[in-house]
Design a binder for this molecule. Structure first.
Ligand SMILES: [Zn+2]
Length: 457
């Protein structure tokens, strides 16, 4: 029921929208106050500081990207974003909350060190709502208490890598599954088998095949599948510890997840990313594209992409995130002769929602409801934002995206809002584009600036 009196005004009233609500699409109006959705109804008669006629366009909840690296430093240097530019790209793309995977601290440091540094930087510079995943560099007697301490400050998910400098596998991984289950946090894992990767890499190097063209050959899908198999066995042995497989890229990896679930294993979640759905390994045949597409895991075959689309439609994939990790073309070209040295990663946070709504929904591969689940509702629920983010629902944050689902659109290298000077999707013809984004954060900021009083025209 309407509870506002005739004297009260909403901050925002959006009229005549196709509202993508959890219970289904609704043609109607949405009102927000103090950064919160306060009413959704076929018709709302009330005053508001801002009244927008949506003209029948689609209104979606703000996106939640569960896998970004907006402010990462690796051996090859710092990403070209930083929190400020990265969050600008996110907002331009309708993503109003990012969940950042942070870099490692110095060897032997406590898990709190990189986490606290990331919080300090994000609080100072991030322009959108954010959460941060912890990162584990080792597993020892202290680990469980770190997980619990960080949980008290809202960190409900942790990342472990099965490859790279601080790879966790074998006994340590099994121990970590037990600890994360006991602490009640979600363990997010980069699944590539380190020994298999080393063997594939060595064979290529011995044959002199070190140009970026061989990046995908250096990281075969079998490495992903083997690591997923090991992780899921460890989680199973720990009593179905909750695990979340980041950036699933292959049909072989998907088959491992499917097999575990079919065997009755609970608490298995996974994400894929737009690049593994829309692009394929033929990109590595072109030297420039090979550099731009040097990311881990690499792009796979068209058959892999088709399998991931089907799994997305069938509900086997829970989240579409980006693994956004932007390096400039200059940073990429500085190491263009050797795939082992090219900074790994590509931008994607700005493109994610439009890509999935175009290539997924407009092309008939997935329903709109499914797209909203994997872009917003599921990542919000899995990462501690249930009840606040990820849905058009009364009481939720007014993070809103007005989307024109039929407008022709294309991303261009020169038109992005973050630090990157290229997009993997340059010139790709798309159907649909974002018209406007509102955030609860901005609405509350305006309230604060106005001394807590309602804003007037
Ligand atoms: Zn990543």
């Amino acid at each position: 029921m309407e509870t506002k009196t005739a004297d009260e005004k909403y901050d925002l009233l959006i009229r005549n929208a196709r509202l993508a609500c959890p219970q289904g699409e609704l043609q109607g109006d949405l009102a927000a106050a103090d950064g919160r959705i306060v009413r959704i109804a076929p018709r709302i008669e009330a005053k508001a500081d801002e009244v927008v006629d949506a003209g029948g366009l689609l209104l979606l909840p703000g996106g939640v990207d569960a896998h970004t690296h907006l402010d990462l430093t690796v051996a090859a240097g710092h990403v070209c974003d930083g929190w400020q530019k990265g969050s600008a790209a996110a907002l331009a793309g309708g993503t109003t909350t990012v969940i950042e995977h942070i870099g490692f601290g110095p060897a032997g440091c406590s898990p709190d060190q990189p986490l606290s540094a990331a919080f300090a930087a994000a609080e100072a510079e991030c322009g959108c709502d954010f959460r941060i995943h912890g990162v584990l560099q080792q597993v020892d007697a202290e680990t469980e208490s770190w997980l619990l301490r960080a949980k008290a400050r809202g960190v409900v998910s942790w990342k472990a890598y099965m490859t790279y400098d601080f790879a966790i596998h074998g006994v340590a991984l099994r121990r970590l599954c037990r600890m994360s289950k006991a602490a009640g946090v979600l363990l997010c894992v980069h699944c590539e088998d380190d020994a298999m990767l080393a063997a594939a890499r060595q064979a290529l190097v011995a044959a002199g095949k070190i140009s970026p063209r061989y990046h995908a050959a250096a990281r075969p899908a079998a490495c992903e599948a083997a690591a997923i198999r090991e992780l899921l066995a460890a989680a199973r042995a720990a009593g179905d510890a909750p695990v979340y497989i980041v950036h699933l890229s292959s049909a072989a990896g998907l088959a491992e997840i499917r097999a575990a679930r079919q065997a009755g294993q609970q608490n298995v979640y996974c994400e894929t990313c737009p690049q593994y759905l829309l692009l394929d390994e033929t990109r590595y045949l072109d030297p420039e594209q090979a550099l731009r597409c040097t990311m881990s895991p690499p792009l796979r075959s068209r058959a892999d992409a088709d399998a991931l689309w089907q799994a997305l439609a069938d509900g086997e994939i829970d989240v579409v995130a980006t693994d956004h990790c932007a390096f400039s073309l200059a940073q990429k070209h500085a190491h263009s002769e050797d795939f082992r040295l090219v900074p790994n990663g590509a931008p994607g946070v700005e493109e994610r929602m439009t890509l999935l709504l175009s290539a997924g929904v407009a092309c008939g591969r997935i329903s709109l409801a499914r797209a909203v689940e994997v872009l917003a509702a599921n990542p919000a629920r899995l990462f501690g934002l249930a009840g606040r983010k990820g849905a058009l629902q009364e009481g939720y944050d007014a993070d809103l995206v007005l989307f024109d689902p039929t407008a022709p659109f294309a991303f261009l290298d020169q038109n992005l809002h973050g630090g990157a000077d290229y997009t993997l999707y340059h010139g790709m013809p798309l159907t649909g584009c974002i018209r406007r984004v509102w955030t609860a954060r901005a609405a509350r900021g305006r309230r604060q600036e106005a001394g807590g009083r309602p804003q007037t025209q």
